[in-house]
Write a protein of this length. Structure first.
Length: 465
């Protein structure tokens, strides 16, 4: 399996190079030259596999020359710290709705599923090469802590995480800033996630800077992040198939288009019809739902702070990967569209709306609906969900057809106690991993959203060979 850029400007590269490159050198995002497909006959054998063994089978389709025994070990170590033996258990609520719990990792968020594996992949590759890496990433909430926990204390790796100052939940901020390992650097940016992400992309686009400091990517611009998330879509479908379900929809709360793009890859990977539709759920920051419903991808005003801060995003980094398939895998067309979007903040894609609506349905969910859905699920099913999950559940309730819908539960409700307390009138009991965070030493640098200021900070603290 070889990897190419969505913008067509690099020669095909191997999986290990794709992992270490992160953002493609032409500014595009990396994708496999072709998407593999699973033969229907394999499904019977795969539906009895553990999560780890299924991950080995799915990832092996994409990892090329990585020895199978080594990949098996990387996967086993990645999920050994998860609190549930199934890694991503499936819960029944009722009315044809299922909840896929993705929050049983070290930081209680779905990002752990990919970032525990990615940390192991980085360490594996650096051990082979004897090299070093400076990871730079932006987070709207959960990616930062999951990435930090994935690489904290590892030799040969320093990590710099940018988050929007005051725009994450208090627990999310503490999960990042109370990790004081010598290789961890937290930066609170005075601005939005989009500001932080733009700084990261600018630094990666400076190829001389990227090469000198061996920059590594942990955001979902890194293909390995998306790939690891494909597994739980396949896992959930196979769990339902075992009980007689042959077609399923997924409802995905998303802001950066990474998690739902993993679902799109899973839909292409499985035999036709296994995954019917992907329900794209946004909060008030609705660029993606407007794209699906209106055919226009455009920035509309400022980022609106919500109770689901991980989705408070206007520019979805992974959208470019889907755009590549919409534009018939033509890198030059993708490059032209992305350059036009950078200049105008708008992309007219109405000509593809029929295709888009075969892949996705979409709904934006208001703050009032989010809080009401947390309350409703709690009262009807005695089950507590966080506000991001509530966005996905509400969209599923509104758009459900005649097949089961799996709603992705992307974070533990205790990470968003203020929203949950508002919904149900009582505080959430903190799991042991979160209790006492506020009493720990915290370390963070607050900076303006200025790329040169961030560049200087990285230069001051980066590893060099």
């Amino acid at each position: 399996m070889r990897y190419i850029s969505t913008r067509g400007g690099i020669a095909p590269i191997a999986f290990d190079q794709a992992v270490m490159m992160g953002l493609a050198r032409d500014g595009g995002l990396l994708l496999p030259e072709r998407l593999p497909s699973i033969e229907p006959a394999l499904l019977n054998a795969w539906q009895t596999l553990s999560y780890q063994n299924l991950a080995l089978e799915v990832l092996s389709l994409f990892t090329g020359d990585l020895p199978r025994a080594d990949l098996d070990d990387l996967i086993d170590r990645a999920y050994s710290s998860f609190r549930h033996p199934q890694v991503t258990p499936l819960r029944i609520t009722g009315d044809g709705l299922y909840i896929l719990e993705l929050f049983h990792g070290p930081t209680l968020a779905f990002k752990d599923i990919a970032l525990q594996l990615l940390g192991n992949l980085f360490e594996y590759e650096l051990k082979k090469s004897g090299g070093f890496m400076n990871i730079i990433g932006a987070t709207s909430g959960d990616t930062g802590s999951a990435a930090i926990y994935g690489v904290r204390g590892r030799k040969g790796i320093n990590i710099f995480i940018l988050h929007p100052h005051g725009r994450t939940s208090p627990i999310q901020a503490l999960q990042m800033t109370t990790v004081t390992d010598a290789n961890v650097f937290n930066i609170a940016v005075r601005g939005t996630f989009d500001d932080a992400q733009a700084i990261v992309k600018t630094l990666f686009s400076d190829l001389a800077f990227k090469d000198k400091y061996q920059l590594g990517a942990i955001n979902s611009i890194n293909w390995a992040r998306v790939l690891a998330q494909v597994v739980y879509y396949v896992f959930a479908f196979l769990k339902l198939r075992k009980s007689g379900v042959d077609s399923v929809d997924f409802s995905v709360p998303t802001g950066n288009f990474g998690d739902i793009f993993a679902g799109y890859v899973a839909k292409r990977l499985l035999p036709e019809g296994c995954i019917n539709r992907l329900i794209l759920a946004t909060n008030a920051n609705d660029i993606l739902s407007r794209f699906v419903n209106q055919g226009e991808y455009s920035i509309a005003g400022e980022v609106v702070p919500t109770s689901s801060p991980s989705m408070d995003i206007q520019i979805a980094s992974n959208f470019e990967r889907y755009l590549y398939y919409l534009l018939h895998e033509d890198g030059s067309s993708v490059k032209a569209e992305m350059e036009s979007f950078a200049a105008t903040g708008r992309m007219d894609l109405a000509r593809f709306q029929e295709q888009v609506q075969r892949d996705f349905a979409a709904r934006a969910v208001s703050e009032e609906e989010t809080i009401a859905t947390i309350r409703q699920v709690y009262e009807e099913y005695d089950y507590l969900i966080d506000p991001h999950t509530a966005v996905g559940v509400k969209a599923a309730q509104e758009l459900k057809q005649d097949r089961p819908v799996v709603c992705l539960a992307t974070a533990h409700p205790a990470k968003f106690g203020e929203a949950v307390q508002k919904a149900i009138g009582k505080d959430v009991e903190l799991p042991p991993v979160l209790a006492g965070l506020s009493k720990l030493e915290s370390r963070c640098s607050v900076m303006d959203a200025d790329v040169e200021q961030i560049r200087a900070y990285v230069q001051q603290h980066a590893l060099l060979g």
